[in-house]
Design a protein around this ligand. Structure first.
Ligand SMILES: C[S@@+](CC[C@H](N)C(=O)[O-])C[C@H]1O[C@@H](n2cnc3c(N)ncnc32)[C@H](O)[C@@H]1O
Length: 178
C-alpha cells in the first residue's frame, strides 16, 4: 500500500472547489474533462456528471477507483488517454516532481484550458506524506515559466478554511489556454 492509498481511505472532500464550479459555468461549451489525481472523494467528478458533462478521473492509486489507473509522470499513461476540453488539477501536481505540463498541453483540444489549483508556499499545510521537503509552487513567476508552452496564462488566488487540516489555505488558481 503506498502513502496515497492510506491517505485516500480517510474521509475525502465532499464539495467541489468553488472556483472550478464558477469556471465550468463560464465555459458552457466544454464537455470533456480530465481530473488529474481525482482522489477517492469524487467531488469534482460527481459535480461534472450531475451537469451532464463527461469527466474522466485519473489517479495512480487503486484506492481512488479512477476511470484510468496511471501515473501522470509515466508517458504510457498519456498514450492511454484521449484529448479533453479541460484538464483539472486540484491539489495533485503540487505533490509531483517535474509535473508533465507538456503532456497536459498536448492532451488539450484546441482552445482547451488547463485549470490548476495549488497551495501557495505559505499554506498552513506541510506535505509530510513523503517525509521530505514538499513541492510547492513558490511564485507566480515560477508558474508562468513552467507553463510557457501555453498561449495565455491567468494566475489568481483563493483562500478558504480547510476543516480537515484545521487552518486557512491559500491557493493559486491558474488557467492556461492552449
Ligand atoms: C491531495 S490528493 C487530491 C485529490 C483530489 N484532486 C482533491 O482535490 O480532492 C492527491 C491525489 O493525487 C494522486 N496522485 C499523487 N501522485 C500522483 C501521480 N504521480 N499520478 C497520478 N495521481 C497521483 C493521489 O493518489 C491522490 O488521489
Amino acid at each position: 500500500m503506498n502513502i496515497w492509498d492510506e491517505e485516500l481511505l480517510k474521509p475525502q472532500a465532499e464539495y467541489p472547489c468553488l472556483e472550478f464550479v464558477r469556471f465550468v459555468k463560464r465555459h458552457p461549451r466544454f464537455k470533456t474533462f480530465l481530473d488529474i489525481g481525482c482522489g477517492s472523494g469524487g467531488a469534482h467528478l460527481d459535480f461534472l456528471l450531475d451537469h451532464d458533462l463527461e469527466p474522466t478521473g485519473l489517479d495512480s492509486s487503486p484506492a481512488a477507483w479512477p476511470d484510468v489507473l496511471g501515473d501522470v509522470q509515466d508517458p504510457d499513461t498519456w498514450d492511454r488517454l484521449g484529448t479533453f476540453d479541460c484538464i483539472l488539477d486540484h491539489n495533485t501536481l503540487c505533490h509531483v516532481e517535474r509535473p508533465p505540463f507538456d503532456k497536459i498541453h498536448d492532451a488539450l483540444n484546441p482552445g482547451g484550458i488547463f485549470f490548476m489549483v495549488a497551495p501557495t508556499e505559505d499554506t498552513c499545510i506541510r506535505d509530510e506524506l513523503r517525509s521530505r521537503s514538499f513541492v510547492r509552487f513558490t511564485s507566480e513567476v515560477e508558474i508562468r515559466e513552467m507553463l510557457e508552452m501555453f498561449s495565455m496564462i491567468r494566475v489568481g488566488y483563493s483562500e478558504y478554511t480547510d476543516h480537515r487540516h484545521g487552518g486557512q489555505v491559500k491557493s493559486y488558481v491558474v488557467e492556461a489556454t492552449k
